[in-house]
Ligand binder design. Structure first.
Ligand code: HEM
Length: 402
């Protein structure tokens, strides 16, 4: 452990694809560090792989928002502010719950994320990807790969999964952007959440009257969840499944276009795609400012005593580059065995949509590279604006030509 308390979570990156050097330096000194949180709380920063996994797997850590201190000011702190203004998190937003509440939702949802449903979605994902590429080609170069490719694909896929009609998707894209922006104030966030919920209640009503082969109808048929829970669950899926995959698609493309050797690996062998996607997930680790957990009792992690009530911020990008787990992990190597990375989290909250996200990426990257063999950045790489300020890392825009 470092002797000094880290004064604040370092967020400034010296190079766009590497975690902040300060965080890497900390990891070189040890896996766990005392850190001062934005509200003055004396908590922890975890930079090592084994410590991060241990925290995520330990039932003595809570994921409930009321237990949590914010590592940085801004959107991550807004949870507390929202509650102070009387906002109650929706009952089905199970990411921020602990067992047994979490277990109940997770079980119901796992029953809906079936192999069959994922298989059914595959041809739809191929069609959605092909239409995005058709539109891009028809409009001709240049294009913004974020707006024209990376955002519409996961957005439409999540709409397919839930059964949200195509024509209603724009409002989700806008509102989910507001929700993941660190700059969003409590008022704006409450307004966006309100709009999404009003729509979801209406959609659930329509699904009760006209069920279809989609996730909301499936949950209604199960008969376990009330409308507010259904709305909360759907809201979570929309928020969790949309900007994450979109940022992986755009940042992954940026990464490939600025690493010609690795791009050649991705283009060269269709059999290499599956592992290449895992390595991009590991190397890029877009969930870069958390997760955060809080100890409900004293817990020893990696020889350090985390006291009850102390918050712990898991720095997943640093953990995923830990040389003890991924030797040479600061280098992107699409052929390295990248399984076991923490980009989808670990433990009971490990990403519910990870198979869907993988399928989307395995279809979308090769389709893009096949269709546009001359794809390249339309601006110098250093002019691509990075999302350092957002809770999900990525690029704001990706000007490309072909
Ligand atoms: C590349 C894309 C994605 C990444 C990197 C990602 C990452 C993550 C991470 C790190 C967590 C754990 C958070 C924590 O422990 O606090 C998580 C949870 C979750 N993700 Fe994803 N995710 C992605 C795509 C998706 C998709 C496509 C969906 C749904 C369609 C989804 C739904 C969820 C849900 C529901 C949870 C909460 C699970 C629980 O609390 O039990 N995610 N995701």
């Amino acid at each position: 452990m470092s002797d000094l308390t880290v004064p604040a979570l370092p967020t400034v990156r010296e190079r766009p694809l590497d975690p902040p050097d300060e965080v890497t330096r900390l990891r070189q000194q040890g896996g766990m560090h005392r850190m001062t949180y934005a509200d003055g709380h004396a908590g922890w920063l975890v930079t090592g792989y084994s410590a991060a996994r241990a925290v995520l797997a330990d039932p003595r850590f809570s994921n409930r928002p009321e237990n949590m201190h914010p590592p940085i000011p801004g959107r991550l702190a807004a949870g507390k502010e929202l509650r102070e203004r009387g906002f109650q998190p929706p009952p089905g937003f199970f990411l921020r719950t602990d067992p047994p509440e979490h277990t109940r939702y997770r079980k119901l949802l796992t029953g809906q994320f079936t192999v069959r449903r994922m298989k059914l979605l595959e041809p739809r994902i191929e069609e959605i990807t092909a239409s995005a590429l058709d539109a891009m080609e028809a409009a001709g170069p240049p294009a913004d790969l974020v707006q024209d490719f990376a955002l519409p694909i996961p957005s439409l896929v999540i709409c397919e999964l839930l059964g949200v009609p195509y024509e209603d998707r724009a409002r989700f894209q806008d509102d989910s952007k507001i929700l993941v922006n660190l700059e969003t104030g409590a008022e704006e966030a409450i307004a966006a959440i309100g709009r999404v919920f009003a729509y979801l209640y209406d959609l659930i009503k329509r699904k009760r009257e006209h069920p279809a082969d989609d996730l909301i109808s499936g949950l209604i048929e199960g008969g376990e969840l009330k409308d507010d829970e259904l709305a909360g669950v759907s809201f979570l899926l929309l928020v969790a499944g949309h900007e994450t995959t979109a940022n992986m698609l755009a940042l992954g493309t940026y990464t490939l276009l600025t690493n010609p050797g690795q791009l050649a690996v991705m283009r060269g062998d269709p059999g290499a795609v599956e592992n290449a996607v895992e390595e991009l997930l590991r190397y890029l680790t877009i969930v870069h400012l958390g997760p955060i957990r809080t100890a409900t009792e004293d817990v020893e992690i990696d020889g350090h005593l985390v006291r009850a009530g102390e918050s712990v911020t898991l720095h997943l990008p640093a953990a995923n580059r830990d040389p003890d787990r991924f030797p040479g992990g600061d280098t992107l190597d699409l052929t390295r065995p990248a399984g076991g990375h923490l980009s989808f989290g670990h433990g009971i909250h490990q990403c519910l949509g990870q198979q869907l996200a993988r399928v989307e990426m395995r279809i979308a990257y090769p389709a893009l590279l096949r269709r546009l063999p001359g794809l390249r950045l339309a601006v110098p790489p250093e002019e691509v604006p990075m999302r350092s300020d957002m809770s999900i890392y990525g690029v704001h825009r990706l000007p490309v030509t072909w």
